[in-house]
Each structure stands twice: as structure tokens, then as C-alpha cells.
Design a protein around this ligand. Structure first.
Ligand SMILES: [Fe+2]
Length: 414
């Protein structure tokens, strides 16, 4: 045997020993890192429960501690027995309208202490605040666009600004990431939003980019990191919070106004759900305000224009059942339209590039229904107080700065 062959075999043997050694990066499939890959992210809070998602580098069980005291005295412990990396837990048995502090221990790490407020009982007319935002996705498409507008460097300044105004919960109107089947952007999303989601439960709305880059096969992975409201799916669900009802619907993979939204055709499963859900909410004496969250806008003064399919399918229902306002995204800007008394509030662009799409030219900001338009990084604060709802749209400076200012404020009454 030639000397070089002997040296090669010796090297291979040494590598094999390394790979099999206890604690090795590859032995048994364990990760060289330990602890949280995604720290606890709160989702879909109710009067008596909250969703908690976390992911660790290595499979492990979990221990949740909950206390109504900020020093965690008197904490109750909930042991999560599943020995897995990604936990999606619904913590139940909570009291309504109660501020809870919590920690999670898993894979050898204890999370920073977070907190959340459980939902007000239905019919309660105490003040509360939620925020609407969306289109937080990165933009890995045309190099010239990324060069001009950056990647999603504005995502963090936007959520830092939101966190400052301390909502009770969040409504994301969709397009979390560029491709909902690509794991790297999903990890990036939760990394950017980890501080916000540690203390503010999220309500998720599907955007077209949740489906394979906006034009995929209909499959999506991102719902493996998201927790629906109890009894719901991400296609369509609703929640009650105090005297507010929020219906969340799925406008699917459609990108363009000309797309055929089968999901919303009369007689479809989702359409029937919308009808029965809105009818029940309107008939409920405890509900003063009905809101809808959906990704693709029926009306738009910008790139995608009006969508007659969405208008025809949904606007009659919104009018019949007294919907107060409709939250939307898809466009990377802020738009406030009013049509037949319905307020359409588009808040896209909490991280996505604010821009004209190169194939569409300049936006048309002369739309007949348009009340306010601003081509900026933005989100909306919604303050509910009994029969009154105040909306404040804010723009964020971006480019590393989370300073913000008012785009517009307006108030709606029951
Ligand atoms: Fe979109």
C-alpha cells in the first residue's frame, strides 16, 4: 500500500471517530447549538387561553411558568411533554382580561420573561388597543430593486415602532415572508419580530406570498409556525375581543386584480362561513364593531387596482352585516378608501420595499374612493372604547430609524 493511501485511510478513520463521538454535531442528529432558535411567540389570544410557539435547536419537552405577578411569585407550572423542536401550545385555563407574565424553559434555556393580556369577555365595553400591519416580507427578486430599496431592513424599525405603542394584540394582514415554503425567511421573520411577539399575541391572515412566492401550488409551510384561534384554520376564522368581532379570510394565491378568487365565490366553503359568521356577529348584542382582515384589497389606488371579483363577492355582505372597517395589505403603502360607508384600510409595507412596481409605472392616487394615500412604511393603531373606534395610521422613517409620525387619524362610531 502506498504511503499516501495509508495517510488517507488514517484521515478517514479519524473523521469517522469524530462523527461518532458523543456530543458531536452530527452524532444522533443533535444540533451543536442549544436553546431557542425561535423564542416564545404569542398568538391568537382568547379570554381563557393563548397560543405559544417556540422552537429549540434540539428536541426537548418544555416547562411554562405563568404568574399574575411581575416577579413570578405564585407561578403555576405547565409541563409540555412532547419531545420535539417546534412546539405549538395552547395554554388554557386562564382568566379573562388578566395580565400574565410567563417564561418558557426548553432545551436548557429559559426565555426572557414576557407578558400578555387575555381577551376582554365578549360584550365588555372597556377600552383596548390593537394594531394592524402587514407585508413584512423580504424582497429577494430584482437586484436593482434590492439595490435601490434595500432588502427588508425596514422590518425591524417598523416593529420596534409598533412595540412602543403597546397594543393588546396584533393583526397581520398577510405576506409575512416572500415564500411561505422557504424556511430561512420564516426564521428571519420570527427573529425580527421576537421582541414584539414575546408580549403581543398575533392574529395571522394568509397573503399570496405565504404560498410559494405568491404563485405556487397552494401549499404553505408557514402555518407550521402559526397557531390558529381555537376551532379555526388559517383559511378563515373569527375571534371576539370585548365588543369587537374580527373575521379573518383568505384571498389565496391571487396576485393580480384579474385573478379568479375561487375561494370567495358564492357557495364556496369560505363564502358560506363568511355569511354565517357575519350574520351571527350582527345578531349578537355583545358586538358593537365588526372588522374584517383580508390580504388582497377590493379597492386599490396603486399597483393592483380595483378587484371587481372581490368587490362583487364581499361588499354586499359587508354592507348587509354592518362591517365597520376592512383591513388589507398586498400593496406596499397606506390607503384609506370609503365606499358606501365601508372603510377600507390598507396597511401594507411593514418591511417590504415601498415602491412602484417597475412594470406598472406610477400609482394612481386619484381613485374616487380615496381619502388618504401615503407611499410609506406604515401600520395602524386601533383604539376601541365602547361605541367609539379611533384609527391612527403611522408612518415609520425606516432606513434604520424607528421614529414615526401620524399619516392620518379618524374616528368611527357605532
Ligand atoms: Fe401580497
Amino acid at each position: 500500500m502506498k504511503a499516501s493511501r495509508i495517510i488517507l485511510l488514517a484521515l478517514l478513520a479519524a473523521v469517522a471517530l469524530l462523527l461518532c463521538a458523543p456530543g458531536s454535531a452530527l452524532a444522533g442528529g443533535s444540533d451543536p447549538e442549544t436553546g431557542f432558535r425561535i423564542p416564545p411567540a404569542l398568538q391568537a389570544v382568547t379570554q381563557t387561553s393563548v397560543g405559544m410557539m417556540w422552537e429549540t435547536h434540539n428536541s426537548d419537552t418544555g416547562v411554562i411558568k405563568l404568574s399574575v405577578n411581575s416577579n413570578m411569585s405564585g407561578a403555576i407550572t405547565k409541563n409540555i411533554s412532547s419531545n420535539i423542536k417546534r412546539h405549538e401550545v395552547r395554554v388554557t385555563g386562564l382568566a379573562a382580561n388578566t395580565l400574565y407574565y410567563y417564561t418558557v424553559k426548553s432545551d436548557g434555556e429559559t426565555s426572557a420573561k414576557g407578558s400578555f393580556l387575555t381577551a376582554l369577555p365578549k360584550g365588555t365595553r372597556m377600552p383596548f388597543r390593537f394594531m394592524v400591519y402587514g407585508d413584512s416580507r423580504e424582497a429577494p427578486w430584482y437586484e436593482d430593486i434590492v439595490a435601490k430599496y434595500g432588502d427588508n431592513d425596514d422590518h425591524l424599525p417598523c416593529v420596534v415602532s409598533m412595540d412602543y405603542y403597546a397594543p393588546d394584540f396584533l393583526v397581520h394582514v398577510g405576506d409575512f415572508v416572500y415564500d411561505g415554503n422557504d424556511t430561512d425567511p420564516i426564521y428571519n421573520f420570527f427573529d425580527v419580530e421576537k421582541e414584539l411577539l414575546a408580549n403581543n399575541p398575533l392574529l395571522a391572515t394568509y397573503g399570496n406570498h405565504e404560498f410559494s412566492g405568491g404563485s405556487g401550488s397552494g401549499n404553505t409551510l408557514i402555518d407550521s409556525w402559526l397557531i390558529p384561534a381555537p376551532g379555526g384554520t388559517f383559511d378563515h376564522y373569527s375571534v371576539n375581543y370585548g365588543n369587537v368581532h374580527i373575521l379573518v379570510i383568505n384571498t389565496g394565491e391571487g396576485v393580480w386584480a384579474s385573478d379568479n378568487f375561487d375561494l370567495l365565490k358564492p357557495g364556496s366553503t369560505q363564502y358560506n362561513f363568511i355569511v354565517s359568521d357575519l350574520a351571527a356577529a350582527k345578531a349578537d348584542a355583545g358586538i358593537d364593531h365588526i372588522f374584517v382582515s383580508m390580504h388582497a384589497p377590493p379597492y386599490s389606488a396603486a399597483n393592483f387596482g380595483d378587484n371587481q371579483t372581490l368587490i362583487n363577492a364581499l361588499e354586499p355582505l359587508f354592507k348587509t352585516y354592518g362591517v365597520r372597517a376592512i383591513f388589507m395589505g398586498h400593496e406596499h403603502d397606506y390607503q384609506h378608501m370609503v365606499h358606501d360607508g365601508l372603510h377600507y384600510i390598507l396597511s401594507g409595507g411593514c418591511g417590504s420595499p415601498i415602491m412602484d412596481f417597475p412594470w406598472k409605472g406610477d400609482q394612481d392616487d386619484t381613485h374616487a374612493n380615496l381619502i388618504k394615500y401615503d407611499d410609506v412604511l406604515n401600520y395602524v393603531i386601533v383604539d376601541v372604547s365602547g361605541s367609539t373606534v379611533n384609527f391612527q395610521a403611522r408612518k415609520v422613517a425606516g432606513n434604520g430609524s424607528s421614529s414615526s409620525s401620524v399619516i392620518e387619524s379618524f374616528t368611527l362610531y357605532k
